[in-house]
Design a protein around this ligand. Structure first.
Ligand code: MG
Length: 276
């Protein structure tokens, strides 16, 4: 395992078919840790991933799951398709979630995360209880491996996430804080949200973005290269330090295209390293 520092700057990256090539590329950017995302069709080849991580001395903080049928086209589509909220896919996604947790455990990873979907603001909403019960089952399954289960922020205001979190009442339930998501979904000012959720946060995404256009109801905001959006990355990083957060900050660029994304990633890692 590499020597990891406080506020270690890592990357969030998606599982690609060639595990070793992916981890080598990240290593070549000067990064020694990160969070691995697996989408619904990713082959959970623990042997190949374990070998790649060992060969490159690369540490994984978290394995994140995304699911078949999810779409982030706009907020109503997210509400309809993402996480544990849609009833039609809930049972299949629970099965897949357990498989991803098994995969993470086989890699020795200590945390699992996902978007559980847009939690309704009203506790009497018919999906509130089923989602809460599923979050508890997933947390308990993760706990059986000594793993935390991280909820990702942004799809609801921080106060509502905190209330749901307290209702779930699971000791291994934690938060992966994404400051850009708070902005992209119009869910609230990210630095204040971080302070409110701080004691439950075990990992942070380094991501930036601008607020939704108020003239386009239901539209998401726009992801931006790190440091050029509305998060105020220098202030966010100083808030992490001021509040005693020492966990990882993993860059999530959302930039696509083979060359562009590596360039964006490298620049974002350099920016965060200069601020840590
Ligand atoms: Mg994120």
């Amino acid at each position: 395992m590499p020597t990891l520092k406080e506020l270690e700057i890592g990357v969030f990256f998606w599982a690609e078919p060639d595990a070793l090539a992916t981890v080598r590329t990240l290593r070549s950017l000067g990064v020694q840790s990160g969070q691995l995302g697996v989408d619904g069709s990713a082959n959970l080849d623990a042997r190949a991933w374990r070998a790649a991580l060992q060969a490159e001395d690369f540490h994984l903080w978290t394995v994140f799951a995304a699911y078949d049928g999810e779409s982030y086209a706009d907020i109503p589509t997210v509400e309809r398709t993402v996480g544990f909220v849609p009833e039609a896919t809930r049972a299949a996604r629970e099965v897949r979630t357990r498989q991803v947790i098994d995969f993470a455990a086989a890699l020795g990873v200590k945390s699992f995360g996902c978007h559980v979907g847009c939690i309704p603001s009203s506790k009497s909403h018919p999906i509130y209880q089923p989602v809460l019960q599923l979050v508890r089952r997933v947390a308990d399954y993760a706990a059986s491996y000594g793993m935390t289960f991280c909820l990702e922020t942004g799809q609801e205001p921080a106060e509502e996430l905190l209330s749901f979190f307290e209702d779930a009442a699971r000791p291994n339930l934690r938060i992966n804080f994404d400051p850009a998501n708070m902005i992209l979904y119009g869910s609230g000012e990210p630095i204040a949200a971080f302070r409110l959720l701080r004691k439950h946060v075990v990992s942070v995404h380094g991501k930036d973005g601008d607020w939704p256009d108020p003239a386009k109801p239901g539209a998401l905001g726009t992801e931006k290269p790190l440091g050029t959006g509305s998060v105020n990355i220098p202030k966010f990083m100083s808030t992490l330090k001021e509040t005693g957060y020492t966990g990882p900050v993993c860059v999530e660029t959302g930039v696509h295209g083979e060359q562009q994304r590596w360039t964006a990633l490298k620049q974002a890692v350099e920016l965060l390293n200069s601020l840590r």
